[in-house]
Every structure is written in structure tokens, then in C-alpha cells.
Design a protein around this ligand. Structure first.
Ligand code: CDP
Ligand code: MG
Length: 879
């Protein structure tokens, strides 16, 4: 339950599709000729090749279409046998009024943009319109992409129910599962799944229509899909196997799609649907913003439940862990027992026998002065550790926690449900069912409930105003999740959820001044994240000139060049001709083709640096360790903060004692000799190993200074990476059963080399005594990237060792610039493992070149230097 998965991770990245067995096999490398031609034609401008498409067509290289013209240009009407009450509910949806306009636009144009407020019926109805118009009556089917798995699953069920068709006909496919059959006519899927299908069949011949839903979210894969489809659709139409593209957005801000000459030379028409929306009164907090927004959300929800008339409550938080924490507290405050006899209508405030209600009449109150209301409930604080930090008592509202005892508080039960992307589908489905009689529905959600899902009966929205986003640090190259303010557009979407069925209220846990500082819209994800993984995925699609790709919003050319440079260094892309010592990417015009190693790396759901480690991990039976180290490096903060205030005198142990014991633990995990040289990564490996050995219990983690949620996340990732490795190299057969014996010294050495191969651009060298001009460089390390010295942190396993060469995971600046995740490497490995970063001298005279008859090669000694900084490295034997 507490699995703290990151909200964004639930998006399916195409490289995470471990259900595919053919991934990156030889077959994949030897791409189908015909398919290759199609891509060349579609992206001739991208590939910088001047082939004339018409000529190709004359050569007769086109494939026989499996989706015939008749099937894609429907003339038939396919009747759907809906239940009367479904039909009645549909007729109330705003898109129904526009059915003719929408279908006319689709008939007349290859691509149509449809804008309509959330809840207007786009996702559930448009696929049905297309089905009825016969778009799925031939061999082609209707595909719908969603940026989130939860939407793909629940929408397929909803549409199947509405159409009175089995789930085999209206199906879904997400990363791990699906129910698609040969008889599938409408297929909901994540954008990552469709991207993966394009890698296999560039023309998407199975589909007669592709609907890109939630395009306003501007998720990276949605953006790329739109770019790809802008080329696939004309190509299909030219090949007499027409295909339609429908882009659906919940906001009117679609000019990135429509006013983009490069993307669509002929701007697609925009159809707008006017949604019927009841007025929502927005209430801002008086205080600017509270750090403890989970606590504040708890208090507001309690108040709403106790004081306001019936109607569901929807609370927006940022992540899974917060959602669960608030659900627990609300359930304790207003317990609902399923087996208790309840009377009354669903979702209403009927008095329940045996539970005396404090507010049986639910007085109407002045909602506009809500924040000045007297407060009845307090916050007893959670006895389980929460990430949100200390519980702040709300001085503003003047409540005294002692006056309030949650357990004895008699009230109407609150039917509390969590909702987030990674939640199991059957749990997700609960939010759409009526709440049990005599209870009030309260859904605690992440931003999945913002636009993708409409929860019936919501009248009150509590909005924390924040969102969890992935951020990227340009200096260290490491991305992380951070909670930040959302945009005005998102906040308004959230508020809108309260006015679907009747007038509603939205309580914002921040002031109007804070709101006016929000950005107007959320930026496209692509502009605020590193693009190295993306560039790798596109190269895997054989799109070589990524810089010419028709992105709806292009990433900066510097970001693309940096990505290309990194991928060349990692060996994922072919090295362009060197201009003297330096790879001249400008001259190579950013069009390096992918290598077989790059194809293998593209199949791993981690950033390319870590993917390289996985690709090289199968030596000395090291793979389970490489997987564990990569998983641990990907999850942030696996150790508890030692400065975190702990309960005084916990088990009689003083804070200082605990600190000393935990430090001792880390030393134990770091080991001696060879293992110690793996440094902080050995500590992580030791921690993961010890924790798994103990069964990964909360108790073990608490006692040993590990974050339980991080350890669960590592466990999940290890499973996922193991599947990915097994899919790429079935012969390896890695098996992770949790428990791992400690690695042997040979394995540790191998691990250090594997880590060096991935973190080559994060190499640092201790400042030599002769270079020590300035005292600030004492015990400092020099890196090729930074002008300032960086240091090994006192808490690092290598703080006392100070090896000459280290690689680090990232640099963080506190009192000094500290390297985190430090691992010692040997100088003589550098020219061998990172030749791309080295400069080699002409062959040395002594010992002179030697001919080896076995290999037929001439070997000689060369001096090597690390070319960016000119560090002298040991000479090496080279061919
Ligand atoms: O896509 P859009 O936001 O425009 O609307 P939709 O998701 O198609 O939802 C249309 C209506 O169907 C909403 O009023 C939802 O409440 C309802 N719906 C439902 O009752 N149960 C579901 N599982 C999904 C949607
Ligand atoms: Mg929708």
C-alpha cells in the first residue's frame, strides 16, 4: 500500500514494454527493407536524404495494405445496441450535440483537432461515433492513446459497457497487461504502447483511425506520436490505405499543433465542444501557502464533511504516498465499516442508526467566508512517519488537538478511496461506483483526476495547488522528482471537477496571491527534461536527424546536441568522423546512426548512462548486482536523514547513539578491500542485500536507517529491470529472488568497471600535491566539467580513502560541492574502458610493436591522456 511509486513513472515508456520478446533481437537490427523505405519516405527531411517518394513508388516497393480503402472510408452505419439508461445519459453529454460536426470534419480531413472541457464526453463518445460510422467495420481498428495507464484501462471498460460489447471488442493494452483479441475493434492504450507498435509497423496498418487523447498534457510520448503521425497519415493516404488522426484536448490551447507549419503544412480544423458546466465557487486560503498541505487538506476535508451538505469530495495531492497517508487519517477520523448496517440513499447524508451524527441537519453556511469558519476538529498527528515532515499545529485556526479525539468522534462515515496511476484497476474502478448508502464519497487523488477521469457526484474539490514533476539538473545530469506549484490552467481544471453535476465549491489551500504567480499553462514536458533517452528512442525508430523532427514544441538544439554527444560517448550512436581530437557534432549535423549497443540500451527503462551499465552487466555473473546498483541509484534517498528529529529516547537509545550505530552500519555494508573501492555503491548494494535478507520489513528499515518506501521502490525496479534484461537477452536468464549473496572480489572489480563505463563523463581526479596552489583545493577533486573543486562527503565510504580517480553519480552543493554516489576506479582502466574520452600518442618505440600470429594483429604501446583535461594516464597496449 505504501509503495511510493512516482506518479510520472506510471506512464508507459516504450522501452518498458517487457511483454515483447523480439526486442532488439538480430531481427530488429536487420530491419525489414520495405518498412525502411517507408520511413525514409516519411522522414526524408529528417534524414537529410533527397529520395523522391514517387520514384520509390514506381519501383513498386510498397507493401500490400492490410487495411483496404473501403474499410477506412466507411459508408456503412454500424448499429450499437445500448441500454436505455446509457443512451439517456449519453444524450446529456455536450459532444453528442456536435456529433455531426465532428464526423463531417473527420470525413473531410486527414487530421482533426477536437477541444472540449473535461467531462464533455470526448474520450468515451468519439470512439463510439467512429465505430458507428463504420471506421472499425473493415480490417482496420480504432486506436485511442492515453498518457496514463489508469485512463486506458478504465475508459476501455466504460466504453465496452456503454456499447454493450464484450471487453474483447473494446480492449486495452498497457505495459504489463491487456485484453486485446483478434476481434478487437476499439483499442485503448498508453502512448508508449503505440510508439512501440510504430517501431514494429511504421504505417500502423492495423489502424484506420488513431485518436491521441489528452494532447493538452503535452507528455513527451504524446508529442512524439503527433510528430510521427503527421508523417504517417499522409503516407497512408498516398498509399490508398487512408487513415485518420484525431487529436483531442481539454484546453483550447492547441496552436502548437495547428499553427505549426512544419508539423502540419495544412492546418487541421479545430472543432470546439461547449461543455455544460455548473458554476464553481472558488475559495482561497487566507494564508499564502502551508508547507504541510497534506495536514491542511485533512483539516479542510474534515470541515467540509462535517459542515456542508451532501456531495462527493475530491482532494488533489501530488503523489501516492501522500494519497495513502491522507486516506488513512480520514478513515480513522470518520470510519466506515462495510458490514455495518447502513440505511439511506447512496452518497447522501442520511442519519445512520447507531451512529449519532454531530450535524444531522447539515446547516447551510456562508461558503464565501469559509476560511473564517470555527473549527471543530483538530489534527492529532499521524503516528506513522510521514514524509511531509513535522505536523504543524494550525495556529491560524486556533484548534487544540486535546479537544479532539478522532476515534470517539461520531459522524457520518466517509467512504474514502485513493486514486492514482499505479493503483490496481479493480481499486480504481471503485471511484465510479456509487458510495455505499449512508456514507459520503471522498476520493483522494493525484492529478490523474484532473482531466483524464471524471468522478461522478463530486461537489467539493480540495486543491493543494501542487504537482509532482520530474526535474533535471543540467550540471549533474541527474533528474529527480520535485513537488512544485501547478499552473493556473491545471488549478482551474481541478476546480472544474466540482461543477459536473451541480454547482460546486473548490477550496484552494493557497492564497489568491500565490495563484496569480502560477504560470498560465504547464510547459510541454519535452522542454524541461533531458532528452538523451528520447533521442535514443527516436534513433531506435531510425529517425536520424532528430533536430529536424516535427516536434509540436521542439527541445532546444543545445539540449539535443548534448544528448547526441552523451549517446556517442556511451557507444549508443556511431561516432562521426573526428575533427582532430574533438568530435565535431555540428559538422556531423546531429545525425549519428544508432549502434547495436544503442538498440539494446533503448530497451531498458532507465536513463542511457544506467542502460549502458545494464548492457555491459553480463560478465562474471554480475547482472543481479548491476541491476540492484542501478535500481538503488535511480531511487533517491535510500537512507533516512540522520538529522531528522526522531522520537526522544527511542528505546532508550540517544540520538547520538543511533547516529553512531547507523554510521557503523554503513561501514559494515561498505566492507573492506575490493568492496570498499566500490564505495557508496557498495553501501547501497549492502543495504539492499541486507534489507532483502531480512524480508524488507518496515521494522528492519527503521532500525537500520533505511527509507522503507525507497526499499520497496528498489524491489519493484529490480523486478522490472530483470524482466527488461531477460527480454533483451533471453539467454542470460537473470533471476532476481530478492536475496543476494555478497559479490566476490572479482565481481566487485567487474562492477566498478561497469559503473565507469556508464559514468565516464562523471570522472574526477584528486588534486595532486604539485597542483595544490590554492588551499581551497585541499582534498579536492577536479572534474572536466566544473571549474571549482568537488569533494568526497564525510558520510561517504571513501571519505578516508581519497582514491586518485573516482566516478560520481551527481554533485550537490551544500556547504561545499559534494560528490554523491562515489566509486573508485583505476587509472589504467580509463584508456581501455573510456577510449572515446582519451587521446593516444603515436606508438612507443620501447617496447616496440609486436605481431601476434594468433590474432593476426600488431600490438603496440601508446601513451594516453584524458583529452578534455589532459590528465596523463598509464600507457596501454593497443592494436
Ligand atoms: O473525455 P472527456 O473528459 O471529455 O469526458 P469522458 O471521459 O468521455 O466522460 C464523459 C462522462 O462519462 C462523464 O460525465 C463521466 O462522469 C462519465 N463516465 C462515467 O460515468 N464512468 C466512467 N467510467 C467514465 C466516464
Ligand atoms: Mg477524456
Amino acid at each position: 500500500e505504501d509503495d511510493e511509486g512516482q506518479e510520472e513513472e506510471s506512464k508507459d515508456s516504450p522501452s518498458e514494454d517487457d511483454s515483447s520478446e523480439e526486442e532488439c533481437s538480430d531481427e530488429d537490427v536487420k530491419r525489414d527493407e520495405g518498412e525502411e523505405e517507408e520511413k525514409v519516405a516519411a522522414f526524408s527531411e529528417v534524414r537529410g536524404e533527397e529520395e523522391k517518394e514517387e520514384e520509390k513508388e514506381k519501383e513498386g516497393k510498397t507493401e500490400k495494405p492490410s487495411c483496404s480503402k473501403e474499410a477506412c472510408q466507411p459508408a456503412v452505419f454500424v448499429p450499437v445496441d445500448r441500454l436505455a439508461e446509457i443512451q439517456e445519459a449519453r444524450l446529456k453529454l455536450p459532444v453528442l450535440a456536435e456529433e455531426h460536426v465532428i464526423m463531417e470534419a473527420v470525413r473531410e480531413n486527414p487530421c482533426v483537432v477536437l477541444c472540449g472541457e473535461t467531462g464533455s464526453g470526448k474520450t468515451t463518445q468519439v470512439p463510439q461515433f467512429l465505430y458507428e460510422a463504420g471506421y472499425a467495420s473493415g480490417s482496420g481498428i480504432i486506436g485511442v492513446t492515453e498518457p496514463r495507464r489508469v485512463a486506458a484501462v478504465s475508459m476501455s471498460h466504460r466504453v465496452a459497457t456503454e456499447m454493450n460489447l464484450p471487453t474483447g471488442v473494446v480492449s486495452y493494452q498497457i505495459r504489463y497487461e491487456g485484453n486485446v483479441t483478434d476481434g478487437t475493434k476499439i483499442k485503448f492504450m498508453t502512448d508508449g504502447v503505440l510508439l512501440k507498435e510504430i517501431q514494429k509497423d511504421f504505417l500502423l496498418q492495423r489502424y484506420s483511425v488513431v485518436i491521441i487523447d489528452e494532447a493538452h498534457e503535452r507528455s513527451v510520448y504524446t508529442d512524439i506520436l503527433i510528430g510521427l503521425l503527421s508523417r504517417i497519415v499522409p503516407l497512408r493516404n498516398k498509399r490508398a490505405m487512408p487513415m485518420k488522426l484525431v487529436i483531442m484536448s481539454a484546453t483550447l490551447r492547441v496552436e502548437d499543433f495547428t499553427q505549426n507549419q512544419r508539423l502540419f503544412p495544412a492546418p487541421p480544423p479545430v472543432v470546439k465542444v461547449d461543455a455544460r458546466q455548473f458554476p464553481v465557487t472558488v475559495h482561497f486560503n487566507k494564508r499564502t501557502a502551508m508547507e504541510d498541505y497534506t495536514g491542511e487538506a485533512f483539516r479542510k476535508t474534515c470541515k467540509i464533511h462535517r459542515m456542508l451538505p451532501s456531495g462527493g469530495i475530491l482532494v488533489f495531492l501530488t503523489g501516492q504516498a501522500e494519497v495513502h497517508s491522507l486516506c488513512r487519517r480520514l478513515r480513522r477520523a470518520f470510519p466506515y465499516k462495510p458490514n455495518r448496517e447502513c440505511t439511506g440513499e447512496p452518497n447522501t447524508h442520511t442519519h445512520t442508526p447507531g451512529i449519532p451524527s454531530k450535524c444531522p441537519a447539515l446547516p447551510r453556511i456562508d461558503l464565501d467566508n469559509y476560511s473564517a469558519l470555527p473549527v471543530e476538529e483538530g489534527d492529532e498527528g499521524d503516528d506513522e512517519e510521514e514524509e511531509d515532515g513535522d505536523e504543524v499545529s494550525d495556529l491560524d485556526l486556533g484548534d487544540n488537538p486535546d479537544d479532539y479525539d478522532e476515534k470517539s468522534d461520531p459522524s457520518i462515515p466517509l467512504y474514502v478511496l485513493p486514486l492514482y496511476s499505479l493503483l490496481a484497476p479493480e481499486q480504481q474502478a471503485k471511484v465510479f461506483r456509487p458510495a455505499p448508502a449512508g456514507t459520503r464519497l471522498c476520493v483522494v487523488a493525484t492529478n490523474v483526476a484532473e482531466t483524464s477521469l471524471t468522478i461522478p457526484g463530486v461537489r467539493y474539490v480540495v486543491d493543494c495547488g501542487r504537482v509532482k514533476k520530474r526535474f533535471y539538473d543540467r550540471v549533474t545530469g541527474v533528474s529527480s522528482f520535485k513537488v512544485t506549484w501547478t499552473s493556473q490552467a491545471s488549478a482551474n481544471q481541478r476546480a472544474g471537477r466540482a461543477g459536473r453535476t451541480e454547482p460546486g465549491h473548490c477550496y484552494r489551500l493557497y492564497s489568491s496571491a500565490v495563484f496569480s504567480d502560477f504560470s498560465l499553462f504547464s510547459e510541454a514536458e519535452i522542454t524541461r527534461r533531458p532528452v538523451d533517452d528520447l533521442v535514443l528512442q527516436m534513433k531506435d525508430l531510425n529517425i536520424q536527424k532528430v533536430v529536424n523532427f516535427p516536434f509540436p514544441t521542439p527541445p532546444s538544439s543545445e539540449a539535443l546536441a548534448a544528448a547526441e554527444q552523451l549517446l556517442v560517448s556511451l557507444g549508443a550512436l556511431e561516432e562521426p568522423p573526428r575533427e582532430g581530437r574533438v568530435i565535431d557534432l555540428k559538422r556531423a549535423r546531429l545525425s549519428c546512426p544508432i549502434t547495436p549497443l544503442g538498440r539494446a540500451m533503448a530497451a531498458f527503462p532507465v536513463s542511457p548512462r544506467y542502460a549502458k551499465m545494464l548492457a555491459l552487466g553480463q560478465q562474471q555473473d554480475c547482472m543481479p548486482y548491476v541491476i540492484a546498483v542501478v535500481a538503488a541509484m535511480t531511487v533517491r534517498e535510500i537512507f533516512d536523514d540522520l538529522d531528522r528529529p526522531v522520537a526522544k529516547d527511542e528505546d532508550g537509545e540517544k540520538v547520538g547513539q543511533r547516529r553512531a550505530r547507523l554510521a557503523q552500519n554503513k561501514r559494515l555494508w561498505a566492507g573492506q578491500g575490493q568492496s570498499l573501492l566500490l564505495g557508496d555503491l557498495m553501501v547501497m548494494l549492502g543495504a539492499v542485500g541486507a534489507c532483502e535478507f531480512a524480508g524488507c520489513t518496515p521494522k528492519f528499515c527503521e532500525e537500520n536507517g533505511l527509507r522503507y518506501k525507497a526499499m520497496l521502490e528498489i524491489r519493484r525496479l529490480r523486478g522490472q529491470l530483470t524482466n527488461a534484461v531477460n527480454a533483451v537477452c533471453p539467454d542470460v536468464g537473470v533471476f532476481v529472488d530478492g536475496k543476494m549473496p555478497p559479490p566476490t572480489p572479482t565481481q566487485v572489480q567487474c562492477l566498478r568497471q561497469v559503473v565507469l563505463s556508464g559514468l565516464g563523463d562523471h570522472l574526477a581526479r584528486r588534486v595532486q600535491s604539485e597542483e595544490l596552489l590554492d588551499p581551497k583545493w585541499r582534498n579536492g577533486y577536479k572534474t572536466p566539467l566544473l571549474d571549482e573543486p568537488v569533494f568526497i562527503h564525510p558520510s561517504s565510504a571513501l571519505f578516508k580513502t581519497l582514491p586518485e580517480f573516482v566516478v560520481y553519480q551527481e554533485v550537490t552543493e551544500t556547504t561545499k560541492m559534494y560528490m554523491r554516489g562515489v566509486c573508485a576506479v583505476e587509472a589504467d582502466w580509463i584508456p581501455k574502458i573510456l577510449p572515446q574520452y582519451c587521446h593516444f600518442s603515436a606508438p612507443q618505440e620501447n617496447p616496440g610493436p609486436r605481431y601476434s600470429p594468433d590474432s593476426g594483429r600488431i600490438r603496440c604501446h601508446c601513451e594516453s591522456t584524458f583529452f578534455r583535461v589532459g590528465w596523463k594516464l598509464p600507457s596501454v597496449e593497443m592494436d
